[in-house]
Design a protein around this ligand. Structure first.
Ligand code: ATP
Ligand code: LTN
Length: 334
């Protein structure tokens, strides 16, 4: 609890251009629930370097991601939006938690297996201990809830295990966090291969809708989305392409699958795809406009970066000090 409110923490990596999956699975929910919590939204640039990054690109993307958080509707005066690398307590706590995490646990992580396969030439130790840094992010702020897409479930579970293990040894040091999944959109699939999740690192630009895509491209990509020859709009696993489009429509229009199926009963795929495209373009347009306005205001964004880093440092160092004391690190002489 912070100022009588429960604490929320979440983050995104600055590894590419955000997709509709990131927006519907995470960012949109962040905005919806931010009023109820004391929120920390981090641009997790330290996680980003587990995959090799071009330095100037990383710097640009990190700033653009932070700006997008605000453009999406997160009020930076009320919520703490900051760069993970500006708060060194993340790295310090991650080191400590490394010593309370088992190799066997990390070996089971499916994201590690996927990423190791994709980047076989750079299977670094950071990629392996990625979930421990994520646990440190969450536990540093004594977070109660963590809104993420369903692909992050395993990382949330290991975070809870680490917290409970630590608390079991040293008493109630950490709040054990819960995952928050939105009602719709927790797993948006690729438009070209609907069995695969939509991902910002997909090489095929037609597989993903990017947050900054213009209306025409959005509509075109939906028109080309892979579906099937069943010619019926039904919500079922046997029609993964149509199911995904229904999920996207539901998350974007705030409808249920039943309502959507009813709305498009007897209609063709072409008409349905156009409706999905237009709805998605409609919800992204205000975010894009706000983004264009914000990038022009350099000093405003700079002030947010500075003030929020101070705020995040203040809260993070409180937990870090408590942990250091509990495990027996000597007090500093002041
Ligand atoms: P990468 O492709 O580089 O692994 P990513 O697109 O998976 O990246 P992340 O930065 O790992 O994106 O995730 C940011 C947030 O977006 C997380 O909360 C994650 O669960 C969510 N997310 C990512 N992809 C999807 C998706 N296809 N559907 C729903 N949520 C998603
Ligand atoms: N691994 C997350 C990003 C992330 C995160 C976090 C999310 C890093 N630290 C803490 C929630 C809470 C991902 O989305 N790939």
């Amino acid at each position: 609890m912070l100022d009588g409110k429960k604490v929320l923490f979440s983050g995104m990596q600055a590894t590419g251009t955000l997709t509709l999956g990131n927006y519907l699975g995470a960012l949109k929910n962040w905005v919806t629930i931010s009023d109820e919590y004391e929120c920390f939204y981090s641009v997790v640039d330290m996680h980003s370097i587990t995959i090799r990054q071009d330095p100037s690109e990383l710097r640009k993307r990190a700033r653009s991601l932070l700006t997008l958080y605000i453009a999406a509707g997160i009020d930076p005066e009320k919520n703490c939006i900051y760069y993970q690398s500006h708060v060194s307590a993340h790295a310090e706590l991650a080191w400590i938690l490394n010593c309370y995490t088992y190799m066997g646990e990390l070996n089971r992580m499916t994201q590690f297996k996927d990423k190791a396969q994709k980047h076989a030439d750079n299977i670094n130790a950071g990629l392996f201990t990625y979930p421990v840094l994520m646990a440190a992010d969450i536990l540093l702020f004594q977070s109660d809830v963590v809104p993420v897409g369903i692909d992050q479930m395993q990382h949330l579970e290991i975070t809870r295990d680490i917290a409970q293990r630590f608390n079991g040894i040293y008493g109630d040091v950490f709040t054990v966090p819960e995952i928050y999944l939105g009602k719709a959109g927790a797993k948006i699939m690729s438009l070209q291969e609907p069995e695969k999740k939509m991902s910002k690192s997909d090489e095929n630009p037609n597989a993903s809708i990017y947050l900054m895509d213009d209306t025409d491209s959005i509509i075109r990509k939906f028109k080309r989305a892979v579906t099937d020859s069943e010619a019926q709009i039904v919500y079922r696993d046997e029609q993964p392409g149509i199911k995904n489009l229904i999920d996207i429509y539901c998350a974007a229009a705030g409808k249920t699958p039943e309502e959507t199926v009813k709305e498009f009963e007897g209609k063709g795929y072409g008409e349905f795809k156009s409706a999905v495209g237009e709805t998605v373009a409609g919800i992204l347009k205000p975010v894009q406009d706000k983004y264009q306005e914000l990038v022009k205001d350099k000093s405003y964004i700079d002030a947010i970066i500075k003030n929020n880093a101070q705020k995040a440092n203040y809260f993070a160092s409180k937990t870090l000090r408590k942990v250091q004391r509990k495990i027996g690190f000597p007090d500093k002489i002041r």
